[in-house]
Design a protein around this ligand. Structure first.
Ligand code: PGA
Length: 252
C-alpha cells in the first residue's frame, strides 16, 4: 500500500500564490514520488490548480481534493458544493469532518458520515478526520472519542468502508506546532486499525494518515510507525521546500 501525503491548504491562497507554490513544487520534485500525493485546495481554485497540475509533467501524478463536501444531492443549498461538482472539477479526494468544520460549523458525527457517503457515491475517496481535543485527551477520553467518530462513518458506509482514508488529527496538535509523538500517534492508529478490522476484511488496505503539525523535521519518525500510512499536512503544505521534503521522506 502506497503512503498518501495530502496537503490541506485550508483557507489560504490566491491565483498568484497558487501558481508560485506549484511552480516551486514542480521544480523541487525530482520525478515520480514513491508515495501518492494529493492537494486539497479551496473550492474557487480547484479549476486553476487542476489546470496547473496538468501543465507541469512533474506534477501530473498529483491528485486534487476538496476540503469539504455537501451531504446533499444538487439542489437548493446555497453556498454548498456537491460531491458531483467536486468530481466534475477533477477531484479524487474530499476531506470530510475536519475538526475546524466540526468546531466552527457544528458538524456532527452523523453529518460527517453522510458527507463520506456522498463522496463515495460520486466516486471520490473521503479523507475522514477524527481526533480528540486537549480536554478530551487530558480526561483520558481519546479512544472513546475517535472510536465514536469513526463508528458513525462505518455504520453509514457499510461495505464501502474499505474505500475511505482515515486521518487521525488530534485537535491539540493542529496548527499548534505541537505534534503527537510517534508512539502517541501509533497507539491511536492501532486502535483505529482494530476498529476497521472488525468492520471489513480489507482493513489492511485502508490508509490511516496522521495530521497535526507534521513537518519536514518530524515526518520520518511518524511515517516509520507501522500503522501510519501517510500524512494530512496543513501549514507545511504551503511551503514548497517542506512539502517536497515530506514527500521524499514517505517510504513506499
Ligand atoms: P497542520 O494542519 O499541519 O497545520 O497542523 C493539519 C490539518 O489541519 O489538516
Amino acid at each position: 500500500m502506497k503512503k498518501l501525503i495530502a496537503g490541506n491548504w485550508k483557507m489560504n491562497g490566491s491565483r498568484a500564490a497558487n501558481e508560485a507554490l506549484l511552480t516551486a513544487l514542480a521544480a523541487g520534485l525530482p520525478g515520480e514520488p514513491a508515495c501518492e500525493v494529493a492537494l486539497c485546495v479551496p473550492a474557487p481554485y480547484l479549476a486553476q490548480v487542476h489546470a496547473l497540475l496538468a501543465s507541469h509533467p512533474s506534477l501530473s501524478g498529483i491528485a486534487l481534493g476538496g476540503q469539504d463536501v455537501s451531504a446533499h444531492a444538487p439542489g437548493a443549498f446555497t453556498g454548498e458544493t456537491s460531491a458531483a461538482m467536486l468530481k466534475d472539477c477533477g477531484c479524487q479526494f474530499a476531506i470530510v469532518g475536519h475538526s475546524e468544520r466540526r468546531q466552527h460549523h457544528g458538524e456532527t458525527d452523523a453529518l460527517v458520515a453522510d458527507k463520506a457517503k456522498a463522496a463515495l457515491a460520486a466516486g471520490m475517496t473521503p479523507i475522514v478526520c477524527v481526533g480528540e481535543t486537549l480536554a478530551e485527551r487530558q480526561a483520558g477520553r481519546t479512544a472513546e472519542v475517535v472510536k465514536r467518530q469513526l463508528a458513525a462513518v462505518i455504520h453509514a458506509n457499510g461495505h464501502c468502508i474499505s474505500e475511505i482514508v482515515v486521518a487521525y488529527e488530534p485537535v491539540w496538535a493542529i496548527g499548534t506546532g505541537q505534534t503527537a509523538s510517534p508512539e502517541e500517534a501509533q497507539t491511536v492508529h492501532a486502535l483505529l486499525r482494530a476498529q476497521l478490522k472488525a468492520a471489513t476484511a480489507r482493513s489492511d488496505s485502508v490508509r490511516i494518515v496522521y495530521g497535526g503539525s507534521m513537518n519536514a523535521a518530524n515526518a520520518a519518525a511518524l511515517l516509520a510507525q507501522p500503522d501510519i500510512d501517510g500524512g494530512l499536512i496543513g501549514g507545511a503544505s504551503l511551503k514548497a521546500a517542506d512539502f517536497v521534503k515530506i514527500i521524499a521522506l514517505a517510504p513506499v
